[in-house]
Design a protein around this ligand. Structure first.
Ligand SMILES: NC(=O)c1ccc[n+]([C@@H]2O[C@H](COP(=O)([O-])OP(=O)(O)OC[C@H]3O[C@@H](n4cnc5c(N)ncnc54)[C@H](OP(=O)(O)O)[C@@H]3O)[C@@H](O)[C@H]2O)c1
Length: 220
């Protein structure tokens, strides 16, 4: 039986981490057309090592003009996308509330929120027009139990979750076949194969049962 995701075009925003590489390999192995995006051309080679048939794009996803240009290129070369897996993140924090610096806030805001806003705005029409549009982000369980030392991070992850639910609300309009899903983890280390399997499973269930759900992924 072919995987449900086979034949779909899926863009991974921030594809060069261990999780991104695992997701790219799983999607390509399942027959999806993988578009892997990162800001660093050398690191994108990691994706091609596990998924030689993937297409790689260098783009600063924090720059909306660059993301708009990326979407135009993707449309010319591949047509509209069916899936957007957003994996751009990063961690800054510690030091209690006094340690929550403006520099860390700006770093996290750019990665966690701005890149999500940019990619979802640029590809929203694609996902809504697709017969099986899917958006997924990876958030953190720290949103549920924030600490002073992680206040910047948890607050911005909460903002990303809210943005994703807003996109999902648009998907939920009558007739839409798209779904937005939030995965939440404590740490991704060792969880990369599980995340990859969960991403493939996004195409195995009908959109209304998935849309605006939040799934906590644990290694157990
Ligand atoms: N790692 C964890 O334990 C953990 C825990 C909870 C939640 N999460 C979340 O899970 C997701 C994946 O995390 P991760 O640790 O695997 O990856 P990550 O280190 O957060 O970054 C993922 C990718 O984003 C890319 N990237 C960064 N800035 C970019 C930009 N301006 N434009 C384009 N690409 C950019 C990086 O590639 P280049 O530098 O090559 O561009 C990298 O491949 C993130 O949302 C993260 O917050 C992770």
């Amino acid at each position: 039986m072919p995987e449900a995701v086979a034949g779909h075009t899926v863009l991974i925003a921030g594809a060069t981490s261990a999780a991104g590489v695992a997701v790219a390999a799983a999607l390509a192995g399942a027959g999806a057309r993988v578009l892997a995006v990162g800001s660093n051309p050398d690191r994108l080679q990691r994706v091609l090592e596990v998924a030689p048939e993937a297409f790689v794009y260098v783009c600063d996803l924090a720059d909306f003009a660059a993301v708009t240009a990326l979407a135009a290129s993707v449309h010319v070369e591949h047509g509209p996308i069916d899936g957007l897996i957003h994996l751009v993140g990063g961690w800054r924090g510690g030091g209690g509330l006094d340690g929550q610096t403006d520099e860390d806030w700006d770093f996290l805001h750019e990665r966690v929120v701005t890149t999500l806003r940019n990619t979802t705005r640029a590809f929203n029409a694609d996902l809504r027009a697709s017969m099986n549009g899917r958006l997924a982000i990876v958030s953190s369980v720290s949103v549920d139990a924030p600490t002073p030392g992680g206040a910047n991070y948890a607050s911005l992850k909460a903002a990303a979750e809210t943005w994703t639910r807003a996109v999902g609300h648009g998907f939920g309009k009558a007739g839409d076949t798209a779904a937005a899903v939030i995965f939440a983890v404590r740490s991704l280390e060792g969880l990369e194969p599980r995340l990859a399997a969960e991403v493939l499973a996004l195409w195995e269930a009908p959109a209304p049962t998935l849309n605006n759900t939040r799934r906590i992924l644990t290694s157990a």
